[in-house]
Each structure stands twice: as C-alpha cells, then as structure tokens.
Design a protein around this ligand. Structure first.
Ligand code: GLC
Length: 536
C-alpha cells in the first residue's frame, strides 16, 4: 500500500493563508511559519495552489512563468525553505501544474500575437480564423467555463481559444514544443524536491480534431462533461502515461519521497465513474478528485450512490473532498455548520484519501465579498450574475478579536480579500480553547482515522443496515460511522451499531442519533480491525 492511498491532504491557497511581510497578502514564508497547524491537525500532505508569476486574472491559475515564483509570494529560496520545513515535519508537498492554458502575458503568447497568422509561434495555442463573411464570428460555439464564448479575436482578425478567462489562452497539446516544455517544468519542480503534482483541468488539454461545435447545454450538467468535444479526449492518456513514467523514474533529491512514492492527482471534472477511472489506470495518474462527492446533496440515497459509484472500478484510488478554493464552503452549501461537521465525519470515515481545504477545519462559512473587492473573473464574465469563488478565498482567521485576525500586520482594508467582522470565535486560537470546536473535531477525527486505518483503502466500506431513508451506516475496519442526514432523531436501539461511541459531530445522546449528526464508534471485536487497536 502506498502512503497516498489513505492520506489526508490539506490544500493551501497561499495568498489567503498567512502573511509574513505585512503587505496584506499571504505568502510562502507565512505558509512555512504556520505549517505546524497542518501537522497538529494530523495532515499527511500539503497541496499548495499556484505560486508562480501571474498577472492574477484568475487567482494565479494564469501563469506567466512556470518555473518562477510570484514576487508577492516570495522567492525560489522561500520555496526551498517551505519544502524543507514540510519534509522536516513529515508532510509531503504537492504543487499545482497548470498545463491547459498559460497567462496571456506568458512570453509564448506575446510571441504568438506578434508573429501573426500562420506562424510557428501561433502553433503553441489554438488560433483559428472566424466564421461569417468577414470572420467576425467565433470559430465554433464553445462556451467558456466562466461564461461567454471560449474565443477572443485579436486585432489581425484571428481568434484564440480559452476555456476559462480571455487572459488564459489554451495551449495546443499536439505541439511537440508545448509537450517538451512541460516535461521540463515537471523535472524542474521534482529537482527542487516536490513529492507530487495536482494537475489543473486535466480533462481539457486536448480538443477534438477539427474543433466541432459542442451544441446546446454546455457547462450545465457536469455528468455530461465527458461528451463535450473540448473535454475528456482519448489523447490525454498517452500524455499522462509519459508523465507518470517520468515521476516513477526521475531521481529524487534528499528529503523528497522516492520516485515510486510520488503522487499525481487529476483535477478532472469528469463525473461518469467509468470515464474518470481511465485517468487513474495503473500507469497514469495516481488519483483524481471525486467531484461527484463534493456535489452530492445532503441526501442518504444520493450519498450512498456516489460512494458506491466511486468504488465501481476495482482497485480505483478513491478520494473524497468537501471543499476547495473553487467550491462554496460546506457550511453554506449544506445550510449549517451542524451538517458540515456531520459531512466531515462521513468523509473522514470512508476508505481512501481525503482532501481538506484551508478553513474547512475551522467551519468557516462562505464570506460575502463587497462588489468592489471581487477578484474572481466569473463576476465579469457572467455579466455580474455570479459573484464567483472569492467567498471561499478569504484570509484565514488565526487569532484576535477583530480583522485581520492575526493573518497579517497590514490593516484589514489591505488584506487579499476582506474578512467578515464576526469571525472572532472562528479563529484557530479561539477554537483551540474550545473543546467542542470544529478544529478540535477535525483533529480528533484525524487522530482516530490514523489509529484505525482502513484495512484496504481501495475497497468499499461495508454498509450496515439502518431503518428509514435518512441514515447511512457503514464500517471500514474497526471504525464504524453512522450519519443521520434527516431532520428527526433516530433511536440508537433501532440502529444496533457495533462498538462503543468515540466521537460525534454534535453533542451525543445515549438514546438517539440526532438530526444532521454523525457518530463514530470503534468496534474492538471487528475481525477487520487493525492490529494496533489496544483491545486486540
Ligand atoms: C481549476 C482551478 C480553478 C481555475 C481553473 C482554471 O479549476 O482549480 O481555480 O480557475 O482551473 O485554471
């Protein structure tokens, strides 16, 4: 079994994590100084979102130099220090690789614009003539995932494709130059000691030959994503095999994991389990994010269907996540902190690995961002109908009674995004003092999860019978989990759960499993139990 199969990986969005130099923007030294927080939480790995030079048209996912470090975040030696500190604490480091598109300020795109139609420089991107009498219409009907057409016209009349913001031109992955350059990027970060990569929009790099129209209903139902001509093309897979072979063999510097222990995780918004499984065949990616779980409603039948579907392919590397820098915070999405806490215990009891996003362990709600501070390109591209993802990217509250809550020495007016005024009780410090806080719940859950690992993280949980439609009950080894997603308490006698209770997402009652509550039990008699259970 590899370490990542049941890891807990903590996602850091660096500009909102911790600021070390007082400019109001989180930075790499701020991360290094606060890595103990992850260690104390019980994480195994950290994934840090892009810290490369970027004009910030899309929060750093518009990269102008894949081997550099953004000035506002620090220097190359700050990355080395972060890496060394993570390894010293026993944390693996995963960095973001963004291969689908560059920034429009990347030298390649600037060269392509200057060189003009038909040039070799334009071959790195998807430039095409337009349709209509004067080429005044986009080359096809593709829509950007952020709203509006996926094409922008340049002054000489050609159009270029961008599945996200116009400042993020899509690369042409059939270009040998592009392919070779990214091999160089992977080598660069491996040489600096990273332990793995998270591959951004890994389902989008290749577009169907001839760029055919996609038809109506684009970006409306993620379960249809694999049918789009710009997603999930077969040509992706030989590329991922090439990268995997590189990861498996490229020598590791001191401190980093051995090549065979590296991990590559796909951000692939492909929901169909059989299609998603293709990214994680044994010689491709190690893992793929399980967005079907994140998107599932607070409904027992749906959650069970998603869990079962996630194990549909034998041996699949299963992952779980409830939040990310792109998702509405679970407290807000599910409608209450109570449900978000129950969902956390559900997720952390499932076999497989879990991805946490900074602030999830604090139970932060989605923040309201005043219009004049919105950064997300979704706001503009949706014609001011979608406020976007900034509400999940607000600087973390560490301590103190008022904004900036220990995040920075800068005044609150200068923080990366504004923090709400009522977060004093949500700071790390305040939650450490409160035995019932969400932070304490996560810490205890991670401790128990580690003490009672799944015998096989790739095998589905064993479902236990439960009355009614609202309770999910299952076991993974000695750990038993029951979740009541309904609004009425369920008598514990009707559940007949094995083992003794060890943790609840809400105050426990001897007689019932309350509404919107998860309960963990340890069953010392479990034949599936681990050898380290003291009662064995
Ligand atoms: C991924 C990132 C998201 C970004 C998009 C375009 O989905 O997680 O933040 O906007 O890719 O790079």
């Amino acid at each position: 079994m590899s370490w990542w199969q049941d890891m807990v990986c903590y996602e850091i969005y660096p500009r909102a994590f911790a600021d070390s130099d007082g400019d109001g923007v989180g930075d790499l030294s701020g991360v290094t100084a606060r890595l103990d927080h992850l260690k104390d939480l019980g994480a195994d790995a950290v994934w840090i979102t892009p810290f490369y030079p970027s004009p910030l048209a899309d929060g750093g996912y518009d990269i102008a130099d894949y081997k550099g470090v953004a000035e506002d975040l620090g220097t190359a030696s700050d990355v080395d220090e972060l890496t060394a500190r993570a390894h010293e604490l026993g944390l693996k480091l995963i960095v973001d690789l963004v291969p689908n598109h560059t920034s429009d300020r990347h030298p390649w795109f600037e060269e392509a614009l200057a060189a003009g139609p038909g040039s070799a420089e334009r071959e790195r991107y998807l430039f095409r003539p337009g349709r209509g009498a004067d080429g005044e219409l986009p080359p096809n009907d593709w829509q950007s995932a952020f709203g509006g057409p996926a094409w922008t016209r340049v002054p000489d009349g050609e159009w270029y494709c961008h599945l996200h913001a116009a400042e993020q031109p899509d690369l042409n992955w059939r270009s040998r130059k592009v392919r070779d350059a990214f091999t160089g990027v992977l080598r660069h970060w491996l040489d600096r000691g990273v332990d793995g990569f998270r591959v951004d929009v890994a389902h989008a790099l290749f577009k169907a030959e001839g760029l055919p129209d996609a038809g109506p209903g684009q970006h409306t139902d993620p379960w249809r994503n694999h049918l789009m001509p710009y997603y999930d093309q077969d040509e992706l897979h030989p590329l991922y095999r090439e990268w995997r072979a590189l990861l498996d063999t490229h020598p590791a510097p001191p401190g980093a994991v051995a090549p065979e222990d590296r991990v590559m995780v796909a951000e692939s918004a492909v929901f169909d389990p059989a299609r998603l499984a293709r990214y994680i065949r044994p010689d491709e990616m190690h893992q793929a994010f399980n967005f079907a779980f994140l998107e599932a409603d607070w409904n027992a039948a749906e959650l069970r269907r998603v869990v079962d579907g996630s194990f549909a392919v034998p041996g699949a590397a299963v992952t779980w996540l409830l939040s990310s820098h792109d998702a509405v915070r679970p407290v807000t999405r599910y409608g209450s902190l109570r449900r978000a806490r129950a969902a956390a215990l559900l997720m952390l009891a499932l076999p497989g690995s879990a991805y946490l996003y900074q602030g999830e362990e604090l139970g932060l709600p989605q923040a309201e961002i005043p219009v004049d501070r919105i950064r997300d390109p979704l706001w503009e591209r949706s014609g001011h109908t979608e406020r976007g993802r900034d509400g999940a990217r607000v600087p973390l509250p560490w301590s103190g009674e008022e904004a900036p809550y220990g995040f920075t020495k800068a005044p609150p007016s200068r923080t990366w995004l504004p923090q709400p005024g009522d977060w004093a009780a949500l700071t790390v410090d305040a939650q450490l003092r409160d035995p019932d806080s969400t932070l304490r719940l996560y810490r205890e859950a991670l401790r128990l999860r580690r003490a009672h690992p799944a015998p096989d993280p790739a095998a589905p949980p064993t479902w236990l019978s439960a009355p009614g439609d609202d309770v999910l009950a299952f076991r993974r080894g000695a750990l038993v989990c029951a979740v009541n997603v309904g609004s009425t308490p369920v008598p514990l006698t009707s559940l007949a759960l094995p083992g003794h209770p060890v943790l609840g997402s809400a105050p426990l009652d001897d007689a019932v499993l309350p509404a919107d509550t998860a309960l963990w039990l340890i069953d010392p008699l479990s034949s599936e139990g681990p050898a380290d259970d003291p009662r064995h």
